[in-house]
Design a protein around this ligand. Sequence first.
Ligand SMILES: Cc1cc2nc3c(=O)[nH]c(=O)nc-3n(C[C@H](O)[C@H](O)[C@H](O)COP(=O)(O)O)c2cc1C
Length: 336
Amino acid sequence: MTRNLNTPIRIQNTDIENRLWLAPMVGLSHVALRELIRHYGFCGLFFTEMCSAKRLESENPLFSSVFRWQEHELSRLVCQIAGDDPKHMILAAKRIEREGFFAVDINMGCSVSHIVKQGAGAALLKNPENALRVAKAVRDAVNIPVFIKFRVGWESNLDTALYLAQEFEKIGIDCLTFHPRIAPDRRTRPAKWEYVTELQSKTNLPIAGNGDIFSPTAAKDFFEKSQCAAISLGRIAVARPWIFSQIINDFSPEKNIYHDCPLLMLALLEKYYDAPAAIKLYKKFMLYFSANFRYNTFLRPKLVAGDSLDAFRENLRAFNLPEQEIAPNPSLNILC
Ligand SMILES: Cc1cc2nc3c(=O)[nH]c(=O)nc-3n(C[C@H](O)[C@H](O)[C@H](O)COP(=O)(O)O)c2cc1C
């Protein structure tokens, strides 16, 4: 029987409408991108970018650029935290529960050097007992679902990931997101989806597979082949925020979307952020969005020229994106 990404999935006591989720991404998975994706529809679950557990204890959502949301998002919003000290992780998780988020997600996948140096993200995978201590502390602290996002680990075999997935299940973790790369590989080599298949076949926990899915066909194929429980989309969700709707609802975009979408993003950034923050976030969004165009190297600097949101609007008008040649597969290997 063909498996379907739009079959609901039960996490704890809640049915999530579909199995296609937005991945956490620093500077990208913010409240404005989430509203943009919601405009096109059909993303089952949204993850925030990682929030430092230590900072989260006192973070003010009115001023924070990362810990910010709309009330109506909360029932499908998972807040990701990063840290290695169970004390801070517990306080952060309790705050996330108090604020009304659907779930908390522990970052055990980030391999960016300043996070690893702090002992957080993928550094936790260097010592599985440490990872388990953090996971158990968070699990015991809250009643909402607890997710963990992790990757292969530091060695090119699945031993650590398999061991951890089975232990996570025993301590009552609800769902995993698995990125099938080793920590030193940032996104340079292709994700090894055969690892997702193997991990899912050896654990009962639902696993959302993540990595290098750039088209509706790839999403459906990898979901089918790996037998994983869900698919988590990162960079392609920034380049094509309508991809959820394409996959789940057969949405067929008109070319005008390449003009309307960044224009709406500008309006949303203006709605949620002050001008300096909105400008910075738009430039980051454009790194990925402009990958849609064959002449991206020429176009992107022109699209973000100027120092105001109005200048960016004018650039969109001047370069008339629906007239530009679309790259069949956006090249999203952007290291920043
Ligand atoms: C700019 C950027 C920021 C990211 N920030 C986070 C993060 O905050 N937490 C996390 O767990 N993963 C983070 N990731 C990793 C993504 O969640 C995802 O695992 C990775 O991009 C691979 O998926 P994709 O090929 O669908 O993009 C980030 C990735 C990018 C490109």
